[in-house]
Design a protein around this ligand. Structure first.
Ligand code: CP
Ligand code: NVA
Length: 307
């Protein structure tokens, strides 16, 4: 009896799709999610498509957009979501991930994880028979890049062959951009000080490194950046703030891109550091559309993974 049930669980585990990195799904699946999400945003906000489904969220770091968008998204789709603080879970008192993942798999239909260490995501995925969604780790932030891509598709169509410039820290968000560049076939130019550049160790198709923001943004279709001090990097704050001083995105930098360039930032942002004081008011900024699209595109992702 146990053997049969266990085999069945293993079978479903093999069928199970996780979303730990953007390339866990293929281009057709990702473009399908974006297309579906645009339709959900435009016409089909509420449905019962995930009725009876329950999503858990375990976050080891702060969040505004990721947490709220998943919680609200599940409600829009007829399901439910529950935020599970690591302070309250037995996980926080040392219960092994293996046990936690198996138990939660028997009760939930999906789990969003925001973790200090990407290995935690892999350990959950290995022991879960439900989809695990990476809501940010030290390595990557695939849900954010889905929203960025949706924002581009919504206004401009396919991003294939376009030039995307990233200015500043090569961090989790930038890594997901780098993976997306291969999948979606756009060129990513990363302007980053040599000291923080992974150019010697990271070789991905369509990804170019430079230490010059001018070279990165020249003739670009999208300019994006993020904080210089990510969650977990606080002990290097002073060093980073000094090293990235020349990498701020401001209005005159946008002027060096294509005339119809759009500016994106995953938020939260620090004005006066990676961005100038008023760039969010610039007509080329799409940051609040991008933030709203977290909700819509994650609804598309939940339908793909949980339905
Ligand atoms: N961009 C993003 O993931 O925001 P939160 O940290 O607020 O979730
Ligand atoms: N790179 C940032 C993204 C926050 C959404 C961080 O990890 O803190």
């Amino acid at each position: 009896m146990y053997d049969n049930l266990y085999s069945r669980a293993l079978f479903f585990k093999r069928m199970n799709k996780h979303f730990l990195d953007i390339n866990d799904l293929n281009l057709d699946e990702l473009e399908g999610i974006i297309e579906n999400s645009l339709s959900l945003k435009g016409n089909n906000k509420y449905s019962e498509i995930l009725k009876g489904k329950f999503l858990g969220l375990i976050f080891e770091k702060s969040s505004t957009r990721t947490r709220v968008s998943f919680e609200v998204g599940m409600t829009h789709l007829g399901g439910k979501a529950s935020f599970l603080s690591t302070n309250d879970l037995q996980l926080g008192r040392g219960e092994p991930i293996e046990d936690t993942a198996k138990v939660l798999s028997s009760m939930l239909d999906g789990l969003v994880l925001r973790t200090l260490d990407h290995q935690t995501q892999l350990d959950f995925a290995k022991n879960s028979s439900i989809p695990i969604i990476n809501g940010l780790s030290n390595k990557s932030h695939p849900c954010q890049i889905l929203a960025d891509l949706m924002t581009y598709y919504e206004e401009k169509g396919s991003i294939k062959g376009k030039k995307v410039a990233w200015c500043g820290d090569f961090n989790n968000v930038c890594f997901s951009y780098a993976q997306a560049a291969e999948l979606f076939d756009f060129d990513l130019w990363i302007a980053c000080p040599d000291e923080f550049s992974p150019k010697e160790s990271l070789h991905l198709p369509n990804v170019h490194f430079t230490s010059s923001v001018e070279e990165a943004v020249a003739d670009s279709d999208v300019i994006s950046t993020d904080v210089w001090v990510s969650m977990g990097d606080e002990n290097q704050a002073a060093k980073r703030q000094a090293a990235f001083l020349d990498y701020q995105v401001n209005e005159s930098l946008l002027d060096q891109a294509k005339e119809d360039v759009i500016f994106l930032h995953c938020l939260p942002a620090i004005r006066g550091q990676e961005i100038s004081e008023n760039i969010f008011e610039d007509p080329r900024s799409r940051v609040f559309i991008q933030a709203e699209n977290r909700l819509h595109v994650q609804k598309g992702l939940l339908i793909e993974l949980l339905n």
